[in-house]
Design a protein. Structure first.
Length: 277
């Protein structure tokens, strides 16, 4: 997650003109806003790749907590999902649902170390006053023109098309910029209908393009390049684990011990994986 969960936002509005929902129907779409994204991703990956279950450490398959009092009492539920494939070491999702108070889907794909594929990252966050969306194929070697030509240039027309309806979301931490591609879709939609249409379509198109890159990927055999891939993946993992903005939120709900183990033992577990390999 991108450092945005603690942003100061206010009210998840009831949709007025969401596709498929008649005008005026009092449906609270925020309750399960990102479930269709998760369902689509899993179904598409299962259809196009040879998926296997990825082990989720005991105690981290799901968790729940209650926050607030009286009429403001809310149950926060976190569920975890994990898969792998011959070319992808870990495909994982953390899905947090707390009604109108909070909706988060953090969906990340980590390639196996013998492939120079980028990461796929989808951070979809809805807080009481707005939506924070980040979708990208995060590069291993952002400054390499050859790498950009293979993995960023082909999706730039798609990025530019979506920027017409999902404009740039504003300032972004400078220290995070090396971990994102020129096709980084970072936006703050103000309308729920934009999330259920444009954001959902962008998520599907980026994922489809990523699977295309996976299909074409060939294993790397050069020892120096393999070392560079491992170092680049570790750099990304360490940054994300150290700066994970969900840490404060998860700690409030589930405690520090659970949160730290969840971050290092599941969400960003490459170092653990290498230690046991």
């Amino acid at each position: 997650m991108l450092g945005l969960i603690d942003a100061d936002l206010a009210g998840c509005s009831i949709p007025r003109n969401v596709a498929g929902i008649p005008y005026g129907v009092p449906i609270n779409i925020c309750m399960t806003l990102y479930q269709p994204f998760l369902d689509y991703a899993i179904a598409t990956l299962q259809d196009r790749l040879d998926l296997s279950p990825y082990p989720i450490p005991a105690g981290f398959e799901g968790n729940s907590a209650t926050t607030g009092k009286g009429k403001r009492e809310v149950t926060v539920r976190t569920t975890s999902h994990g898969f792998s494939s011959p070319k992808l070491r870990q495909i994982r999702a953390a899905h947090v649902q707390a009604g109108e108070s909070l909706q988060v889907l953090n969906f990340v794909i980590f390639p196996r170390l013998e492939y120079d594929l980028p990461f796929f990252g989808g951070d979809l966050v809805t807080l009481p006053g707005g939506h924070l969306i980040a979708i990208d194929m995060q590069p291993l070697f952002r400054d390499s023109t050859d790498y950009q030509a293979r993995y960023s240039d082909p999706i730039m027309p798609m990025f530019e098309r979506y920027q017409q309806v999902l404009p740039w979301g504003g300032d972004f931490p400078e220290e995070a910029q090396p971990f994102f591609s020129p096709a980084f879709l970072w936006t703050r939609p103000t309308e729920l209908a934009d999330v259920t249409t444009h954001v959902f379509n962008a998520f599907k198109d980026y994922l489809d393009a990523y699977i295309g890159f996976v299909d074409q990927a060939q294993p790397v055999t050069d020892p120096a390049q393999l070392k560079a891939i491992e170092e680049a993946q570790l750099s990304y993992i360490r940054y994300r684990a150290e700066k994970d903005p969900a840490r404060g939120m998860l700690t409030r709900y589930y405690g520090a011990e659970w949160t730290e183990e969840y971050i290092h033992g599941f969400l960003f577990d490459l170092e653990r994986h290498l230690q046991t390999a």
